[in-house]
Design a protein around this ligand. Structure first.
Ligand code: 5GP
Length: 213
């Protein structure tokens, strides 16, 4: 029987960004279900929970005082104002997961991605998800029906701005068929895990083989 080998690897940070309505949540949930070695970063936000959202699962819902306290105490890996609310990534959870060799996935905007790029470029893999068309984006946003018409209109107009940031990302996926997009993001994850620099156990592994030959 062939002995199974495990080569020690450094955890990576997989960022997914997109304009709201491009299908990012569906894609990230499917990947999370399929991958054992991947944790989701749960952000804090000052916005009110939407129906069905759970504290600690979708977001940690905090007030502005708590957000500013966390910023001041350097408890956030990145933070930004998106639309009219504040968002941020708690540092401790991400560091714990990466430290234990797991990868971490983030659903954050372009501002947060730029901050992570500045602080952890080597560990960052960024993917921008585009909708197949503006018409489809609008259809998906209308189908959601959780926001008011006013919020909907503002989100549509912001979508164009958000989409302009695609050149800052390592990969771009056009979400035409969601199953295909899920496979594409999984492929990115598989390939990035195999990057030589991330496989920190390779030196020992190869040296071990050479000493046996
Ligand atoms: P929503 O309020 O619809 O859940 O999210 C609005 C936007 O905020 C999305 O583009 C989402 O990616 C972004 N976002 C969510 N959490 C964070 C975060 O922790 N940091 C940053 N920079 N953006 C976030």
């Amino acid at each position: 029987m062939i002995e199974e080998v495990t080569i020690k690897r450094r955890g990576l940070m997989l960022v997914l960004s997109s304009p709201s309505g491009a299908g990012k949540t569906t894609i990230s949930r499917a990947i999370l279900r399929a991958e054992d070695n991947l944790a989701m970063s749960v952000s804090i936000t000052t916005r009110a929970p939407r129906p069905g959202e759970e504290h600690g699962k979708d977001y940690y819902f905090v007030d502005e005082a708590e957000y500013h306290r966390m910023v001041g105490a350097a408890e956030l890996l990145e933070h930004a104002k998106v639309f009219d609310n504040y968002y941020g990534t708690p540092k401790s959870h991400v560091e714990r997961e990466l430290g234990s060799g797991r990868d971490v996935m983030f659903d954050i905007d372009w501002q947060g991605t730029q901050q992570l790029k500045a602080s952890a470029r080597d560990d960052l893999v960024s993917v921008f998800i585009l909708p197949p068309s503006v018409k489809e984006l609008e259809r998906r946003l209308r189908g959601r029906a959780q926001d008011t018409e006013e919020v909907m209109r503002r989100r549509m107009s912001r979508a164009a701005d958000e989409m302009s940031h695609w050149p800052e990302y390592d990969y771009v996926v056009v979400n035409q068929a969601v199953d295909e997009s899920i496979e594409q993001v999984k492929s990115i994850l598989i390939a990035e895990r195999l990057k030589r620099d991330r496989q920190v156990g390779l030196v020992g592994f190869v040296n071990g083989m050479r000493s046996e030959t």
